[in-house]
Design a protein around this ligand. Sequence first.
Ligand SMILES: Nc1ncnc2c1ncn2[C@@H]1O[C@H](COP(=O)(O)OP(=O)(O)OP(=O)(O)O)[C@@H](O)[C@H]1O
Ligand SMILES: [Mg+2]
Length: 263
Amino acid sequence: MEDELLEKAERFIDRPKKEKRIHKDADLFKTYDEVFDQRTLKFLTQLISKHIIDTLDAPISTGKEANTFIATEPTGGRVVVKIFRVNTATFRALNKYIDGDSRFMNTKKSHVEVIYTWCRKEYQNLIRMCDADLRVPEPIHYFRNILVQDMVRLEDMPAPPLKECALDEEEAKEIYDFLMDFIRRSYIDAGLVHADLSEYNVLMGDDGPVVIDVGQAVLVDHPAAEEFLLRDINNVNRFFRQLEGKLDAKEYRKSIIEEARLK
Ligand SMILES: Nc1ncnc2c1ncn2[C@@H]1O[C@H](COP(=O)(O)OP(=O)(O)OP(=O)(O)O)[C@@H](O)[C@H]1O
Ligand SMILES: [Mg+2]
């Protein structure tokens, strides 16, 4: 059974590797080489054997630390699979965030374990946010360095980031209000600061904006939480700089912290 699955997964990566000889420069094939080390391949096979996914399909994006793909579930539904690259660069980038998080302290971790912890942290942050009724993708599963989540879709395709969307003034105002409310409710109801909120991490789906990429989100008791909170507010203000009537970032942060204290 295991052998059969491994073979299935290997067939999956074999295909692009063979094609790579022909299309040396294609980004797609770079993606396969970066992500599919033997270990990750085995974990993917395990996800297939657990019936979490059936096939891994097209790549969506190559980020700094992770690669994201569309996958198909055994039921035919489509989901998003985010695979964190297991290497020293990823370890260095992520370790500093895990260090200050009270949920993950007290253990000395190897490089690999830090990356797995990060993946679990993103999964747990998504759960906290979903529980607080915040608009983030529903997490489906995590295993080692692989996170499976609901696909945010626009007409059946992965939704584009806010960065790529043209907005009229009314839409801009609506999304601005949505993001400021997201920041507030995330802090007060979920006890989290996103810490990397930007036009790249908001997807414009069929049912409106959805916030993604919550791996770096920290608990409100994190030593840098208030600084990250201000940075998120400033990022939203910067993206909507043309918009009239924006909130004063420091005042808004103060009001959020006070409201949380009174809760
Ligand atoms: N749930 C989702 N539904 C649809 N598309 C998604 C989803 N999650 C991620 N994506 C797509 O994949 C891209 C990368 O995902 P994400 O922002 O989570 O990771 P990342 O930016 O690679 O992380 P980093 O760059 O910080 O390492 C997004 O910009 C988006 O286009
Ligand atoms: Mg991102």
